[in-house]
Ligand binder design. Structure first.
Ligand SMILES: [Ca+2]
Ligand SMILES: [Ca+2]
Length: 260
């Protein structure tokens, strides 16, 4: 006879895999009814346990849009972009990411745990311990160990919540670090250079004009050499102290003959 069901999950290999199994005896006798206790979780046996009501059983959602839009040969980096998921599917904020890569597509797909694990030390940008709230755009820049010679790298990620529930493995993104062929200057680059040159010439012209303007202004405000010779005569005062008395005598003199 079946009395009810209980929810259990295996805790060994597949932590997020739940069973609802029929039971033939009352799990926890409670009055006249069979009730499953809600006072927390406890171990039923070595492999299964009944989760409590407030236990977080929901893993982050699977990331499905991981891409690698760009790589940089000079800086030896590959950029990864994806939309963040939550603590519970697409709700909240996950706790951290597990990102791994390999030069083998199959290794990432079939043997993810064996692929190279990224740590924050490998990241120019991004923090695997601090995912953004669900729905945000994550942009990670990964410093690769080698530029390779046209080596293709494959990446996958999964989000993990605060109690260790793991989201499913994402799609696989790939990129190759290859030297960028020198294609000369693009049209917009030439345009910017021309604009820059024109601005430079304009600045020089403005500076030259201002210098000329102030020199001209200065010149006009000064008396000319002709002006110096205009006063044919000027009065100067000479003081003499003959006989201990100060005498002031005014002479009309020609300044040209007044050099002392
Ligand atoms: Ca969760
Ligand atoms: Ca949680």
């Amino acid at each position: 006879m079946v009395y009810g069901v209980k929810i259990v999950r295996k805790v060994e290999n597949i932590p997020n895999y739940y069973h609802v199994i029929p039971v033939t005896e009352d799990p926890v006798p409670f009055g006249e009814f069979g009730r499953v206790t809600s006072g927390g979780s406890f171990q039923v046996d070595s492999g299964v346990y009944i989760p409590g009501d407030d236990e977080d059983l929901i893993p982050p959602e699977r990331i499905t849009d991981m891409e690698s839009p760009v790589s940089n040969y000079e800086e030896q980096t590959i950029t990864l972009v994806w939309t963040s998921v939550g603590d519970d599917l697409d709700q909240g904020t996950a706790s951290y990411y597990e990102i791994r890569y390999s030069t083998s597509f199959d290794e990432v797909l079939d043997n993810f745990e064996e692929a190279n694990l990224l740590t924050n030390d490998d990241l120019i940008q991004g923090n695997i311990s601090s995912p953004l709230p669900s729905g945000s755009t994550e942009t990670y820049i990964v410093l690769m160990p080698t530029k390779g010679t046209g080596t293709t790298y494959y990446f996958a990620v999964r989000a993990i919540d605060d109690v260790g529930n793991q989201g499913e493995l994402s799609n696989i993104a790939q990129n190759t670090i290859v030297p960028i062929p020198d294609e000369g200057l693009a049209g917009w680059e030439i345009f910017l250079i021309v604009i820059g040159c024109l601005l430079g010439v304009a600045m020089i012209l403005i500076v030259v004009f201002l210098i000329y303007y102030y020199i001209d202004k200065e010149r006009k405000s000064k008396p000319t050499s002709d002006d110096d010779q205009q006063p044919e005569h000027k009065y100067v005062t000479k003081a003499s102290s003959d006989d201990g008395q100060r005498l002031e005598n005014k002479y009309a003199v020609n300044p040209s003959s007044d050099a002392e």
